[in-house]
Design a protein around this ligand. Structure first.
Ligand SMILES: Cc1cc2nc3c(=O)[nH]c(=O)nc-3n(C[C@H](O)[C@H](O)[C@H](O)COP(=O)(O)OP(=O)(O)OC[C@H]3O[C@@H](n4cnc5c(N)ncnc54)[C@H](O)[C@@H]3O)c2cc1C
Length: 519
């Protein structure tokens, strides 16, 4: 087979490049002479984006499949545990306005109609607290496991908060030393095309031409291959998701041993929201906002005030903020000819719900699973990939937008504009009409590996006070008794976890000291 796919070239050494390299190299035995050859080229002159500290629980599986020890992730990437997101002031902006989107699905989710039963109790308990123990763990700063729980195993499902720069360095070392990935530090200055329009080689400043059979574009916002070279149109989504700028900063803790939050804190502001991600030695904090609704200076002032609340004026004033502009949207297609885009080169919506790295993981996994054996079947795989990922991007857009649509805030144009009908995708409008009469369920999201399964939609909907009416005609159900039983179980399990689980910081310190048991 002289059109066999044997050489993969990845352009870009950010989180997308190294995660993709690691996933494919581990599965296709790149460390062996008989395995697939993978070369990653990254420019010494173009920095990585340097943000992206919130992940999704899929990251555990991704790292484990690459053969990474979880203890090393904690020791080398400044990782901490993430058990979901706490949304503060998204509904009405009041001091007591918050809800959780945990990472554990509701107890009894597929067995009882929990929503209807919870609605009769909603004045006494939030949806998340009634159906899941994890919000309580977060409120109490608990870790999702004990030191005796093996690597990657969990008592409560979890993801990571980590230092993205250190993750890149860590993955680079692992990919080069253990997985056989070739690394070239050089700037790509041109692209050589074959007669059929495929990419034949990347031209570099100092290493000549780098040839390959499949090229993976992880060049970040520059989108050098799929965007600049092939001109695949960019579908801008600013009319739906307004945020296009962020101020980002590394914020200190008040004390060295201050608690580390076990969840991302997402606090609504006048024209966007602030993320607050707790790492062991610092927090990653930033304000994602709409530049059409607030000036950069006013946004920086809001972020400053947010940080002052936790560490005081003096510490907050000493910090330097970094501005990052982004254009929310994605490419019309992601795989074209012998090139597939992964990461920021494929698109980016906004940091809410940490959906970017999970898309990188899913893309890398599908490329690896479906890796065309020959160039002759490349287009068939490309078509399947594009169909899958167009669906995923659309679904994420709907999910993110729902966080804004359900607000009752009218204190700024940003929140008022966000609920305007013309800014809401048609599919989301349809789903929300349906959900007035039935809670989200598996039929709404029928694909395997949905990025946000129906349980996630329920946590946000009912966390934000959405009402679903029971049907007016009788339906066979033993749900009330069953739901009560599940709620009681959740309460008991919550108490058990609160008595047995250490704090996030305690567990991380133990991991530094003893390590976790290998699985
Ligand atoms: C404000 C903000 C907050 C975010 N927060 C989150 C989050 O919490 N969770 C999450 O999942 N995601 C988040 N993201 C997204 C996340 O940061 C990215 O998806 C992730 O870092 C992957 O980036 P990347 O590797 O695609 O691009 P980059 O990190 O930008 O890497 C691009 C690479 O391409 C190389 N390159 C560029 N040009 C050339 C050239 N000519 N020759 C050779 N090499 C070249 C560069 O050297 C670099 O190595 C956030 C993004 C933003 C903007």
């Amino acid at each position: 087979m002289n059109d066999a796919v044997k050489e993969i070239v990845i352009l870009g050494g950010g989180s997308a490049g190294w995660l993709t390299a690691g996933v494919i190299a581990a599965e296709h035995k790149s460390h062996l002479a008989t395995g697939l050859r993978i070369t990653l080229v990254e420019s010494p002159d173009v920095a990585t984006i340097g943000v992206g500290e919130g992940t999704w629980p899929t990251m555990r599986n991704t790292l484990s499949k690459m053969g990474v020890n979880e203890t090393d992730v904690f020791r080398e990437c400044e990782a901490s545990f993430k058990q979901g997101a706490k949304f503060v002031k998204w509904v009405n902006g009041a001091e007591d306005d918050f809800y959780y989107h945990p990472l554990v699905i509701p107890n009894g989710y597929s067995e009882a109609e929990l929503v209807f039963h919870w609605q009769s109790l909603q004045n006494t308990i939030s949806f998340a607290d009634a159906v899941c123990f994890q919000g309580h763990l977060c409120e109490n700063g608990r870790a999702p496991k004990q030191i005796s729980t093996p690597e990657y195993a969990a008592i409560a499902n979890y993801a990571y908060h980590l230092n993205s720069g250190k993750l890149g360095e860590f993955l680079q070392k692992h990919c080069k030393q253990r997985l056989g990935v070739q690394h070239i530090l050089d700037h790509v200055v041109g692209i050589k095309s074959a007669e059929n329009g495929d990419i034949e080689a990347l031209e570099t400043k100092a290493h000549g031409d780098i040839h390959g059979d499949l090229f993976i574009d992880c060049s970040g916002m520059a989108s050098l291959l799929i965007g600049k070279h092939f001109g695949i149109p960019f579908l801008e989504k600013k009319g739906i998701l307004f945020n296009d700028t962020a101020w980002a900063v590394h914020a200190p803790y008040l004390h060295d041993d201050s608690p580390i939050a076990s969840h991302t804190i997402s606090t609504a502001q006048s024209a966007g929201w602030v993320w607050d991600i707790g790492l062991p030695t610092r927090r990653g904090v930033g304000y994602a906002y709409s530049s059409a609704h607030i000036s950069n200076e006013a946004a920086a002032d809001e972020l400053q005030k947010y940080i002052e609340q936790s560490v005081g004026e003096e510490k907050a004033r000493a910090l330097s903020f970094r501005k990052i502009r982004f254009n929310p949207g994605h490419r019309e297609k992601f795989w074209y000819k012998n090139c597939v885009a992964v990461g920021m080169s494929a698109g980016f919506l906004e940091p809410l719900e940490a959906s970017a790295l999970v898309l990188v993981e899913l893309s890398a996994a599908m490329i690896s699973d479906e890796l065309p054996a020959t160039k002759s079947v490349m287009n068939i795989v490309a078509k399947r990939f594009n169909r899958r990922f167009c669906y995923r991007w659309d679904s994420i857009i709907d999910f993110l937008k729902m966080h804004y649509v359900l607000t009752k805030r009218v204190d700024s144009d940003y929140w008022i504009d966000n609920v305007r009908r013309e800014s809401i995708p048609e599919r989301l409008q349809e789903l929300m009409s349906l959900w007035r009469h039935q809670p989200p369920n598996k039929h709404d999201f029928p694909q395997a590996e949905e990025v946000f399964p129906s349980a996630s939609w329920q946590y946000v909907l009912y966390g934000m006070g959405f009402e679903t009416q029971q049907r007016s005609t009788e339906k066979r159900s033993n749900s009330a008794a069953l739901s009560s039983q599940f709620f009681k179980e959740t309460e008991q399990f919550t108490q058990k976890c609160l008595s047995n689980l250490p704090s996030n910081r305690e567990l991380i310190n133990k991991i530094y000291q003893y390590g976790m048991q290998r699985c």
